[in-house]
Unconditional design. Structure first.
Length: 68
């Protein structure tokens, strides 16, 4: 079980591209337990997609990678 406000803890992720991130894929789901009464307005989720074709576009408003 994790604790704190960031999952995964810095440096303890399972991504082969960046140690501060986890992989979410078929067969590798995530589960987060939120405390009772938690307001979802305070929740932020951030997803990253590696630049596998190495074109320098990261998807951050540059028209880069697309999830389908």
């Amino acid at each position: 079980m994790g604790s704190g406000t960031v999952i995964p803890k810095p440096g303890l992720g399972n991504s082969e591209y960046a140690p501060d991130w986890n992989v979410i894929a078929p067969g590798k789901p995530i589960q987060m337990k939120l405390p009772a009464g938690y307001k979802p307005t305070g929740l932020g989720l951030e997803f990253r997609v590696p630049d596998l074709n190495r074109d320098g576009l990261t998807g951050d408003n540059t028209g880069g990678e697309t999830l389908s």
